[in-house]
Write a protein that binds this ligand. Structure first.
Ligand code: FEO
Length: 395
């Protein structure tokens, strides 16, 4: 794929990683692959905004050469130091050794530690500007969206925001723009990205969106560092972020459980029946068999979480236990929850689940339901009743 011109003189020079199947180690499953977006501005002082993951350095350099010799690059803006964006820098800097790097103070500190290099990084803060010729770039610090070094870059003449990871998606595609691609798939990947990477940072994100709105920057295009560029309707993703950041939910419940011999699964299905009959959208997952990245995505706009496990060694099963640890880390707000599960004799899983849900800040909206061995008709009716009860509490 060649460099793609976004606006006259501004090019996408990134790489499409069609075969990426996991990200952040193996914590995030990327079924649709990903992209690493780098942007080259051909102005009096040629400027590159962000780079790519090291294995794709050759692709970045080839795309830069489509537009100009790499040695012409005078400025490199490092919005974020994570290796998926900074990995190409050591090789790239060999081709343009006089290029000046720009980033936040945390960026400077992190680059030196990550690459053992005493690179000349010019530290910039919110409000600082860099004239590159016909255009001026302004910087907006964005700490913890999603690392301490994170920064956005804005080009006023073109009305383009380069927000690095924010508004991105792990989405490999031959299309580069929102008005060219499958919008349903795009929004699904955008919400998956938010749920799995940004959800715990929602308070910071809500404040940053307000801060940028107050700046009154006209934005015609949002060019993130992963996935599709928003030009058809850039406010669509900003509004979605504003909603996710406020933890807004739908009339929806996610039932996640782990089962040994199928009894807890029978209970899960009966709870789903109660919720469904009352008109609640239900997503049901056996967590031991499910893609956790997708489960988190489904939880992002669900009001109720219903968590179940068989009892094993007086507690819950290991897959659901580790999933609950993950869920606590997302710091969901304004959610209701309930626990359920089967046991052979002493039990213990249901109390453990309730404890973790409370620790994670979720409101226990209904007493738990337990069943011994295989649930009988009356126990299944109690499960269905739990679904009905929760449905009444889902606005
Ligand atoms: Fe895409 Fe935080 O790196």
């Amino acid at each position: 794929m060649d460099a793609v011109e976004l606006k006259k003189g501004i090019y996408w020079a990134g790489a499409v990683d069609w075969n990426a199947r996991t990200f952040h180690g193996h914590t995030y499953s990327t079924a649709r692959g990903t992209t690493y977006n780098s942007y080259l501005i051909n102005d009096d002082k040629a400027t590159l905004i962000d780079g790519v993951y090291a294995p794709f350095t050759g692709e970045l350099i080839r795309k830069i050469r489509d537009v100009m010799p790499p040695e012409k690059i005078e400025n490199i803006i490092v919005n974020h130091i994570e290796p998926d964006h900074s990995g190409a820098l050591p090789e790239l800097l060999k081709l343009c050794p006089n290029a000046k790097l720009y980033g936040t103070a945390k960026c400077k500190e992190g680059l030196q530690k990550q690459y053992y290099g005493n690179w000349d990084v010019r530290v910039v803060k919110t409000g600082d500007k860099l004239s590159i010729g016909r255009r001026t770039l302004s910087f907006i610090e964005a700490p913890m969206i999603h690392w301490p070094d994170s920064m956005f870059t804005y080009c006023a003449e073109e009305e383009i925001l380069f927000p690095n990871d924010a508004f991105g998606q792990h989405y490999a595609s031959s299309e580069r723009f929102d008005d060219e691609t499958d919008l349903c798939a795009l929004m699904e990947e955008a919400s998956k990205y938010y749920a799995n990477i940004l959800w715990p940072l929602s308070g910071i994100i809500a404040r940053k969106i307000e801060e940028i709105q107050k700046m009154g920057l006209p934005i015609k295009m949002i060019a993130p560092s992963h996935g599709i560029i928003w030009r058809g309707d850039p406010m669509k993703i900003v509004n979605a972020y504003a909603s996710w950041a406020k933890n807004e939910t739908k009339r929806k419940a996610v039932i996640a459980y782990e089962t040994m011999w199928g009894s807890t699964e029978m209970m899960a299905r009966a709870i789903a029946d109660g919720l469904t009959e009352a008109g609640v959208c239900v997503k049901l997952f056996d967590i031991a068999l499910s893609d956790r990245t997708e489960v988190a995505n489904q939880m992002l706009d669900a009001k109720a979480f219903v968590i179940g496990s068989s009892t094993h060694d007086n507690g819950m099963l290991p897959s659901i236990a580790s999933f609950l640890e993950l869920l606590k880390g997302f710091k969901p707000k304004n959610r209701i929850a309930a626990a359920f599960g089967s046991c052979g004799w002493a039990g213990g899983a249901v109390a453990e689940i309730e404890g973790m849900l409370k620790e994670g800040g979720m409101e226990i909206a209904s007493p738990p339901v337990s069943a011994k061995f295989v649930p009988d008709a009356s126990e299944l009716e109690r499960c269905r009743g739990l679904g009905t009860e929760l449905a009444k509490k889902i606005a």
